[in-house]
Ligand binder design. Sequence first.
Ligand code: ADP
Ligand code: 5GP
Length: 204
Amino acid sequence: MDGILIVMSGFSGAGKGTLLKRLLNDYEDFAFSVSMTTRSPREGEVDGKDYFFVTKEKFEEVIEADGLYEHATYCGNYYGTPRAYVDEQLKNGKSVILDIEVQGAKQIKEKFPDTLMIFVTPPSIKTLRARLEGRGTETKEVIDKRINRAKEESLWIDNYEYVVINDDLDTAVKEMYGIIMAQKFQTKRLGGFISDIKNELENI
Ligand code: ADP
Ligand code: 5GP
């Protein structure tokens, strides 16, 4: 069965990274698209695993060389999806998950209309702030910026086909997996299998 392209967006602090780690850990056949960014690494983040951390100049070179499927600016930094890895994983039958913000998500959906679009939210904005503060990776000023940005992002939720409310993590992981599986078994994605069955029946 072919892999599918999955976009996961959501407010900063909603738990996208946490959900993704669990999905990759608990289930096979998923690949995470490692993005390129000009933001500085957080403590514990690994270059090439969490992101490709690059300078603004390098990022602009990659844009020029058409090396990205999409890119956007988020709170003063560039973020983008390198083409090569996504292509390779899809070719190998893996489903590829993109953790990207709303503008990039729109670009991907326009290029690949079959993309599964999932929006992750916390159960409330109070919880969102508590999670961002609890993560402890940003200053209060940056947290405020990210929450302001969430206001804008909330206007884009209708572009998404599914919403996952990340309250209890185990439940959210299972819901996310369920959504992806349902998508994989859509009739339109099983064209090859269906024609094989029909051929077999014709030859009886
Ligand atoms: P994002 O990638 O969306 O910015 P993170 O995955 O970094 O968010 O999560 C933000 C913070 O919230 C982290 O400290 C994470 O451990 C915590 N977190 C994520 N999901 C849950 C959950 N379901 N319940 C409680 N805390 C959570
Ligand atoms: P963070 O700095 O918290 O890792 O990410 C900030 C925002 O950038 C998140 O909404 C995340 O989904 C988004 N993001 C990460 N990688 C990409 C990317 O390649 N393209 C786009 N458009 N957004 C990205």
